[in-house]
Design a protein. Structure first.
Length: 92
């Protein structure tokens, strides 16, 4: 039987599933930004490139903070990023 390394547990008791949910939510937003970044690069839109680069950096910072976040913070981040993605996909 495979034993996961320490710290890689995903049981709800230790917040593992909350971390995974938050990582997935941030990852979806990062993917959306990355697609737009490629479009801006092809279009030569330097202002949009800079804006998207800053947004991607903020996502990376949020992702790094997940390691030490409490379950409540993880839920907040998941909800925040899920809402952000919904708005971006709907064009709001």
């Amino acid at each position: 039987m495979h034993t996961p390394p320490p710290g890689s547990s995903s049981s709800p008791e230790d917040g593992g599933s909350h971390v995974e949910d938050a990582q997935e939510a941030i990852g979806a937003v990062v993917a959306w930004y990355s697609r737009r970044l490629m479009e801006a690069r092809r279009a030569g839109d330097q202002q949009r490139l800079e804006e998207l680069t800053e947004l991607l950096q903020a996502c990376a910072e949020d992702r790094r903070r997940l390691v030490d976040a409490a379950p409540e913070e993880l839920e907040r981040v998941s909800a925040q990023y899920a809402e952000r993605l919904r708005k971006m996909e709907s064009g709001s």
